[in-house]
Design a protein around this ligand. Sequence first.
Ligand SMILES: Cc1ncc(COP(=O)(O)O)c(C=O)c1O
Length: 391
Amino acid sequence: MPESNLQHWGLNPRIDFLNHGSFGACPTVVLNAQRDWIDLLEKDPIDFLAPERTLLTKLLHVRSVLQALINAPAKDIALIRNATEGVNAVVRSFPFEKNDEVVITSHGYNACNNAIRFAAERFGAVVKVAEIPFPVESPEQVVASIESMFSERTRLLVVDHVTSSTGLVFPVDELVRRAHRDGIRVLVDGAHAPGMLSVDLQQINADYYTANNHKWLCAPKASGFLHVKPEFQEEVRPAIISHGANADTESQSRFESEFAWTGTYDPSPVLSLPTAIDFITSLHPRGLSGLQQTNHELVLAGREQLLQKLNVSSPAPSEMLGSLATIPLPVAASFCPADAVSLQRKLFYQHQIEVPVFKLSSGLPCFRISAQIYNQVDQYERLANVLCEIV
Ligand SMILES: Cc1ncc(COP(=O)(O)O)c(C=O)c1O
């Protein structure tokens, strides 16, 4: 792995780490900040953790940092562990009735789709899957596939801002507009979006938006948020019910109280978010938007190397990418999920390249590259050479 920005991460320098997307990677200064929070907590666990003593003030600071980042009022933002938790809270609180319909997409994240099915099917609601092709031609194709699933019974659309397996940026503003026109509420799963894209929640206008901070904002793991529009906050309850359920609502809403405390936990990952944002912003002369642009250009350059060397056509227009890119693998039709596992292991154990290899639900064998500021273009070239040799 090349030096330069890599020095700020504890990543193994002998590995070409091309999978920032899965779990992020946390810079050393951020981990140090997290350790400082833990040390402070253990100096006096009561003073630190009792919500009314100092915790709520600390959490409010983090929520106000997010307010500036995602353009949404702090009072409408809950700090949670991860996007799975956010999706669970929304769909398990949703007032489904028999024969209601929920639209999801074939690019959705399996864990979240499971939560949606669990929540909807208990009430006899029906989950409909919009089949979006990959390779994909345009954002309009995504909108058309999803919109074609809307019916008079559709109550909720759940859609990813950036898809996990196919690494695509979906046109969520337009999707929300179309859904609202038909009286359908929208939950956007933005697990990958903050730190990869500029996220403006006023502009997106989704009813619910959840995301991870540990991926592209490089916060410690177990740091995410859930934004809920004020009109739905009474309805949305955390997956875990705790003290907040009957707390008084004078100083804060029940939404705020319930999400601030879901049982004893370690708040150090969320408290370290401001340090993470400051640090990654400092890595680029043009701040976070400069870093995002650099990562986007890097993934395009890496993808180009791979497409050319593997002789594969581009599966998606570059304007549909952020800093992930999924590329079809030129392998025989008989390539099965076990072959994907063994190829991924071979890349890691024999060639020291960390990159996910999988089959999409459509059956297409693919791999996905990530580009974070510590990556360099020759790492993708090396992957291309290795793949040419072994595939
Ligand atoms: C689109 C999407 N949603 C949800 C998740 C789940 O994230 P977590 O496991 O942190 O909840 C992921 C993880 O990669 C994702 O890509």
